[in-house]
Design a protein around this ligand. Structure first.
Ligand code: HEC
Length: 152
């Protein structure tokens, strides 16, 4: 057996071995308080809910270690910062709403969200220019409304 073949076999065995470390699939309560104009809602549902909600889908390749570790860490981080399943709670507090709307606009306008690897892996991540524009306009208007409502 050549050293190269042995290297490949070793790699394969390692990949198989780490599959015992299954990541539990965790979706919280499937409440969905997210409301927005239809074109915004459908774009966000398609391109953002995968990470920023309790309604993530977990296709088979997200179950394969070590990739599964990466995906789970990303979803956890994403939910901590922005969880569309808690959208109604955000809106109760104008300061929070303004911050969320502002961050969404910034991330979508700068092409930082959805993340590049998600766009590469999934058609769901590839928003059209019209969808991006709809999200941006909605976020700008939402932020302005929230700032006006803020008591100060
Ligand atoms: C594949 C997972 C994934 C998808 C899909 C995704 N995000 Fe994110 N998002 C993350 C992660 C991870 C972070 C935190 C780390 C970072 O900022 O890069 C984040 C951070 C953010 C933040 C920053 C929140 C803050 O206050 O710091 C915003 C806003 C955001 N995403 C909006 C969106 C929007 C809008 C979409 C859909 C158009 C989207 N994301 C799609 C994974 C994702």
């Amino acid at each position: 057996m050549s050293g190269r073949t042995r290297g490949w076999l070793f790699g394969l065995a390692a990949i198989l071995a780490i599959q015992v470390l299954r990541m539990p699939v965790r979706n919280g309560s499937a409440q969905d308080g997210f409301e927005a104009p239809p074109e915004v809602r459908s774009a966000v549902l398609t391109a953002c809910f995968q990470c920023h909600s309790e309604r993530a889908r977990w296709p088979w390749y997200t179950q394969i270690a070590p990739f599964s570790w990466f995906v789970h860490a990303q979803v956890e981080e994403a939910r901590k910062r922005l969880n569309f399943s808690s959208w109604k709670d955000y809106l109760y507090d104008p300061g929070t709403a303004a911050q969320k709307f502002g961050a969404i606009n910034q991330m979508v306008r700068s092409d930082a969200m959805p993340p590049w690897y998600f766009r590469a892996l999934s058609a769901r991540g590839r928003l059209t220019a019209a969808q991006r524009a709809a999200i941006e306009t909605w976020a700008i208007e939402g932020r302005a409304r929230a700032l006006k409502a803020e008591p100060n």
